[in-house]
Write a new protein. Structure first.
Length: 456
């Protein structure tokens, strides 16, 4: 069959509260035109993020009932640790309450002021945690990534030649780790090939540099490798995952993405010295090393979710549902990153709103207009998120301005997505009337979460 149906039945539902445009205008003004500041109940379709917003299975809910809430050495911890070691293959597992906590531990243990951390493309919290300790986050996306409309299978790859030049320029001692984000979120949710993982790993180890994978969407990336990379067609996703991480010295994971959990994350390493330093800082900031800021029931839910996200029937449905959104927008001539990534559709806001200058935040303007039009919440990935240098305060246009529509796992049906497509099409029809924005107030870090805007 050509139709990819949901590999599950709906057992419990949550009602959606519908709003009028007049109501949404008021809600947005009260929120300072920042969609993060909206009440969730005032959103009809919420595509702000796929992080922590997924629907857990009956098996995961059942596992939570077995949660052992002992402070140290709980059974839940051992089940969680065994699942992570089985899937990823690392000996040392450090639990955290979510991915950015793992990033903070990683940055504080490995990075000293002035050091440079290369990545295919850092996402917002990764970059912020590196910069908070005085490091420099360097993006080295492959050349194909610069053409948003190019149909290339692995636009999430790192530019290995650029990485080699960087190592030569700054010296290996100034690079505490090389990172690779799978899939490449800031680069349009595009996958990274196994060949690129292998090449980055080889270059890192040639120069004695640790190689870490930012692996929030590891299962989706593995499925793309199976579908698109020669030699992996007959391998299972689970086998591909084990090969991916065999090249790495460790990984950082938010379990709120592929693992379906509503909270939680972890950091893995092969280095016992690094593991001990991570545990010491974990105790100071997160909790004892056998719970890391999580309840036992959360550890059990993650252990189940990590296996569920490797199910190839689920992954086939997941990738096809995202592709449906991207393909329909493309058919309407709406500028969208192609090919479809795993977790989100990314609209090119600069091409959608060419009359709005980058420093008037076209991505944020488009996000505001889509919410006003239909109550759909997305998130800007562009100059608001990445345009200001936190060290100098200087603001420049980001490489691109995008509106990301991230699809929570197992939450929305095709009719919900068709509603989103119709809403975007309506905004497209009156796009020349959309106004640019200016920032009224902003915090020093991660300003997109809490900045206030006004129309120009």
């Amino acid at each position: 069959m050509k139709t990819a149906i949901e590999p599950f039945r709906i057992k419990t539902i949550e009602p959606i509260q519908f709003t009028t445009r007049l109501e949404r205008e008021r809600y947005l003004q009260e929120a300072g035109l920042n969609l993060f500041s909206l009440r969730a109940e005032d959103v009809i379709i919420d595509l702000l993020t796929d992080s922590g917003t997924s629907a857990m299975s009956a098996q995961a809910w059942a596992a939570m009932m077995q949660g052992d809430e002992s402070y140290a050495g709980a059974r839940s911890w051992y089940r969680f640790e065994a699942a992570v070691q089985d899937i990823f293959g690392f000996p040392y597992v450090i639990p955290t309450h979510q991915g950015r906590a793992a990033e903070r531990l990683f940055a504080n243990v490995l990075i000293k002021p002035g050091m440079v951390v290369p990545n295919n493309t850092h996402f917002d919290t990764t970059r912020a945690n590196i910069e908070a300790v005085g490091g420099k986050a360097m993006d080295l996306p492959c050349p194909e990534a610069s053409d948003l409309a190019l149909e290339a299978p692995f636009k999430g790859d790192m530019d290995i030649a650029a990485l080699e030049r960087l190592i030569s320029e700054v010296g290996a001692m100034q690079i505490p780790a090389i990172m690779l984000t799978v899939t490449n979120n800031s680069g349009g949710g595009q996958p990274v090939s196994m060949a690129n993982i292998r090449a980055a790993s080889k270059l890192a180890h040639l120069h004695g540099i640790p190689f870490y994978i930012d692996a929030c969407r590891f299962a989706e990336n593995a499925y793309f490798i199976k579908q698109r990379e020669a030699g992996y067609e007959e391998m299972s996703v689970r086998e591909i995952v084990r090969e991916m991480f065999a090249y790495a010295d460790g990984c950082l994971v938010s379990a709120k993405k592929d693992a379906f959990a509503n909270i939680g994350g972890f950091l893995c390493t092969r280095d016992d010295r690094v593991a001990e330093q991570l545990r010491s800082l974990l105790i100071l900031s997160e909790g004892f090393p056998t719970y890391g800021g999580l309840a036992g029931r959360d550890l059990d839910a993650i252990a189940v979710g990590l296996y569920e996200c490797l199910d190839e029937n689920y992954l086939n449905y997941r990738i096809h549902s995202t592709q449906h959104l991207v393909d329909k927008l493309h058919e309407l001539d709406i500028p969208v990153i192609r090919p479809a990534g795993g977790h989100a559709a990314y609209i090119d806001a600069r091409r959608f709103l060419p009359h709005i200058e980058p420093l008037q935040y076209p991505g944020q303007a488009l996000a505001v207009e889509l919410y006003l039009e239909a109550g759909v919440r997305g998130v800007e990935v562009g100059t608001v998120m990445f345009g200001r240098d936190v060290h100098t305060g200087i603001e420049r246009p980001a490489k691109w301005d995008l509106l990301r529509l991230a699809i929570p796992r197992r939450v929305y049906t095709q009719s919900h997505i068709d509603y989103v497509i119709e809403a975007i099409a309506q905004v497209w029809q009156h796009r020349d009337r959309v106004r640019g924005l200016k920032i009224v107030s902003e915090p020093p870090y991660l300003r997109h979460f809490s900045a206030y805007f006004s129309f120009i």
